[in-house]
Write a protein that binds this ligand. Structure first.
Ligand code: AQP
Length: 340
């Protein structure tokens, strides 16, 4: 009887939503800033992890490559430790409610609000030949991804913080008109690793769509490439291993080392006191390659099992479909759409 009472007293698990675009090979930045945290959060939260292919087409994609990368991303999620028995893993375009809710929320989002988004400004500079309206309304689609599942928490890198703030504003605005329709989400951003920078230009974020493969570590690339890229990473002319303003290259490598070893910057400084960049880079490269070893071997096994990966996509889409329909029906009713 006591056991029954205890179970009833337990609060329902809070919910998490997050996703990655299949717009390139998933990088160490995506791994440290997002996936590594997703794995830890599975223990205490009900999690939905999505491959956000609708977002990816805001930049021109080669169709066969997009299809392949979507499949690979699902395999990589599982290889990294996302458990399909615990978490819902799915592809965004398999659940139509994302696009449907985005239309509705777009009618509650200001042109001025979207114009202030720094990602839109950055990406329209990078892709000046294709500044499409999808690139502009990207944050509205992201808001519907999160709000559809009534997510409490959204684990992301720092680059996505502004989009989560917009999601909150839109949800609060909608709720103020129609009552408590949406849960107001919070961003979950870890201080260390919230922005892993490019290895060739450490003032810039590491990005999977960077045309220079030396700028990023792909999670699934071979060990020697990882070690070699870190060895060649751009650092300043000084040779002291110290986390300090202006030492972007060393700060970046220290963050990577810290994320894999759990050591603080102070501990790392002590460990490498009196040693040069060569020793430090070799240690970061080895540690990073070791930390990704299991992911790489799991991935190599999973990627050959098409039936298994597709079964994960299908059952994830079914669960997500059911949950998303509940929110979408409520929204349609609130705004006054006729139902028969
Ligand atoms: N360099 C990074 N450091 C920390 N976190 C990062 N994230 C991305 N890059 C870093 C986090 O990864 C998640 C998925 O990102 P995304 O696929 O939605 O797109 P993005 O942020 O635009 O990532 P990329 O790699 O730079 O993609 P492209 O090159 O296609 O634009 C997010 O939580 C993001 O914060």
């Amino acid at each position: 009887m006591d056991e029954v009472k205890d179970l009833a007293a337990q609060p329902l698990k809070k919910r998490i939503f997050s996703g990655i675009q299949p717009s390139g090979i998933i990088t160490l930045g995506n791994y440290i800033g997002a996936i590594k945290n997703w794995v830890e959060l599975q223990r205490d939260y009900e999690c939905l992890y999505c491959v956000v292919d609708l977002h990816a087409i805001t930049v021109r994609q080669e169709p066969a490559e997009l299809r392949r990368r979507t499949f690979e991303a699902i395999a990589l999620y599982v290889a990294c430790g996302i458990d399909p028995e615990k978490s819902t893993i799915f592809v965004q375009s398999h659940v139509p409610a994302h696009a449907e809710l985005a239309w509705v929320l777009g009618c509650y989002t200001g042109f001025g609000e979207l114009s202030r988004m720094t990602q839109f400004k950055d990406k329209s500079q990078k892709h000046s030949d294709n500044i499409n309206s999808g690139l502009f309304t990207y944050p509205v689609l992201m808001a519907s991804d999160i709000l559809l599942y009534q997510a409490n928490l959204v684990p992301v890198g720092i680059d996505q913080k502004q989009h989560i703030e917009l999601t909150r504003d839109v949800a609060l605005r909608f709720n103020s008109v129609y009552g408590d329709v949406f849960t107001i989400p919070e961003p979950y951003i870890k201080e260390t690793g919230m922005k892993i920078n490019s290895l060739t230009d450490p003032t810039k974020k590491m990005s999977k769509s960077d045309p220079n493969p030396s700028s990023y570590i792909a999670v699934i690339e071979n060990r020697d490439d990882t070690i070699r890229k870190i060895k060649r990473a751009v650092t300043d002319s000084d040779s002291v291993i110290k986390h300090a303003p202006g030492k972007d290259g060393i700060n970046n490598l220290m963050s990577i080392y810290s994320c894999f070893t759990g050591k603080s910057f102070e501990e790392i400084e002590k460990e490498f006191a009196g040693k040069g960049y060569g020793d430090f880079k070799a240690a970061v490269g080895e540690t990073c390659a070791d930390g990704l070893e299991n992911v790489r071997s799991e991935y190599a096994r999973l990627i050959k099992d098409k039936a298994y990966i597709e079964s994960i996509m299908k059952s994830g889409a079914e669960k997500a479909f059911y949950m998303s329909r509940k929110t979408l029906s409520k929204v349609y009713k609130k705004v006054g759409f006729y139902h028969v």
